[in-house]
Design a protein around this ligand. Structure first.
Ligand SMILES: *Cc1c(COP(=O)(O)O)cnc(C)c1O
Length: 490
């Protein structure tokens, strides 16, 4: 009890094992060799600290064996690494918390090969300096129909760079500070330091994507001023036109990728913005979010705009992510018109946003699947989306059979998977899952997450569901073993 005399506390505290004893135990178990001295000592100290807190709170000192056992368990977790492979049985195909797109075997092999030396910025034929950005651009142009392409670190970086680079001048190279009187539109710019280049965006598209990406914030960081037009639900091309003034440089269209507006809704089409942009000497940029290179409708999904369609509509720059529906590594892609991409390539921010060699290799290998016409079979995101419900049911049935002795009440049932990753909001795909019976599904779920490998499922109506759609083809055995181990302990 917390009210007891200090002498009893001191006596209990003296029973705590010495740090040296714990360190020796960790060393005998091989953890000092595997992890290094300092990380082991850190966990030894925190184990002692926690035991001391219990004593201070009035509990009896835990036995030394118990402290040692807990320490070894935590060291075991540490030795498995901070970043670990996880079996995604959630049914959410592009799961942001689980690393978004899983990569194809070819992409993984290309990334491993790129980890050493490579001709990243070296022209092998000429034996001289080459261009880092030249590697993925030809494939991106062939696949999307764009004149030029540029790859950066992620989708947010692509948007930031597009706005920063294009706000510096008008199309056609008319360099003029935004605040200077612009003869072109006949209106004088606002005076003084407030005269930042302006970007016009519909109020219905001032979205937050998640992970701190808010369109208005990114826009300000790019050195531009936001001009909002229209209303939350309805914006017309004439609203953009009325707002375009001397300082306007960019008409920005943002794809509402992670939520849906329905009912009395109108957006200006990209074609209308392109027509206005051409007429008034303004850039048109689209933040497309997910870079779908395959049409989604044949997979039973609502039509998501493809990159090709948006290029055809004539936007100067289209920005999208590499690790959403494209199914590659984390990257941001800019495709569009030659002059616009050239401005982005020349901008000093590019150096800060530049893409890593391993990423570039993985992206190129992913794009090659599309070029060979095999993306639906080889790119894991599309392969997961394309799974027919019968095949998913058969796989869940095989799991049930393998677990028959451990979980006799498990059953295969109909459920819904999601695409996720802030794409195709509220859209689900029919699936069949293995539903595990448990009196305490939260506890079973925690056991599965603590397993090796950790398995993440989802709980619905008091049952833990495992969705085969997102479990990679070679993970069945690991999944069954992990479920068996979790059930054994519950
Ligand atoms: C996902 C998304 C982004 C950000 O892309 P990241 O690759 O996550 O940086 C930006 N805009 C839209 C519309 C998105 O959906």
């Amino acid at each position: 009890m917390p009210g007891e005399s200090p002498r009893d506390l001191a006596a209990e505290a003296r029973k705590l094992p010495k740090a040296d004893r714990l360190l020796a135990a960790a060393d005998r178990a091989g953890f000092v060799a595997r992890l290094g001295h300092a990380p082991v000592m850190e966990l030894v100290r925190s184990a002692l600290e926690r035991a001391r807190e219990r004593v201070t709170a009035g509990e009896a000192c835990p036995p030394a064996e118990e402290i040692e056992e807990t320490l070894l368990r935590r060291l075991g977790g540490e030795a498995r690494g901070a970043l670990r492979r996880v079996v995604n049985a959630t049914g959410v195909v592009i799961h942001t918390n689980l690393g978004r797109a899983p990569l194809s075997d070819a992409a993984v092999a290309a990334m491993a090969a790129a980890a050493g030396y490579l001709n990243l910025e070296y022209d092998l034929a000429a034996g001289e300096r080459g261009d880092r950005y030249g590697h993925a651009a030809p494939a991106l142009c062939r696949l999307t129909g764009a004149e030029d392409a540029l790859v950066v670190n992620n989708g947010a970086a692509a948007v930031l760079l597009a706005l920063a680079a294009l706000s510096e001048a008008r199309p056609g190279g008319r360099e003029e500070p935004a605040g200077a009187p612009a003869q072109a539109s006949g209106e004088p710019g606002p005076p003084g330091p407030a005269a930042l280049p302006e970007v016009i965006v519909s109020r219905g598209q001032l979205v937050e994507i998640g992970g701190g990406f808010r369109v208005p914030d990114v826009l300000r960081r790019s050195g531009c001023r936001l001009v909002e037009v229209g209303t939350t639900n309805r914006t017309y091309a004439r609203d953009y036109e009325a707002a375009a003034g001397a300082a306007t440089r960019i008409l920005l269209s943002v794809h509402r990728s992670n939520f849906r507006l329905s009912g009395f809704v109108h957006d200006a089409s990209l074609e209308e913005l392109v027509e206005l942009g051409r007429r008034r000497g303004l850039w048109v940029v689209e933040d497309l979010g997910s870079g779908a290179l395959l049409p989604t409708a044949p997979f039973g999904l609502p039509a998501e705009p493809t990159v090709q369609e948006r290029v055809r509509a004539g936007a100067d720059l289209i920005c999208f992510s590499g690790d959403k529906l494209l199914g590659g590594p984390q990257a941001g892609v800019l495709v569009g018109r030659r002059e616009a991409v050239a401005r982005a390539r020349r901008h000093p921010l590019l150096r800060a946003l530049r893409v890593d060699k391993v990423t570039l290799a993985g992206l190129a290998a992913t794009l090659a699947h599309y070029e060979r016409g095999e993306a639906a079979q080889r790119v894991p995101v599309w392969r997961a989306i394309a799974q027919p419900v019968e095949a998913l049911g058969a796989r869940a049935g095989r799991w049930r059979a393998a677990l028959a002795a451990d979980a006799p009440g498990a059953e295969v049932r109909d459920a819904r998977s999601a695409v996720g990753g802030g794409t195709l909001p509220e859209v689900t795909l029919p699936t069949r899952v293995l539903a595990l019976p448990s009196s305490d599904p939260d506890r079973l779920s925690a056991r599965l997450r603590a397993g090796d490998p950790p398995v993440v499922g989802r709980i619905e109506e008091g049952r833990l569901l495992l969705d085969p759609r997102t479990v990679l083809p070679d993970e069945d055995e690991a999944l069954v073993a992990a479920v068996r181990a979790a059930l054994d302990h519950s």
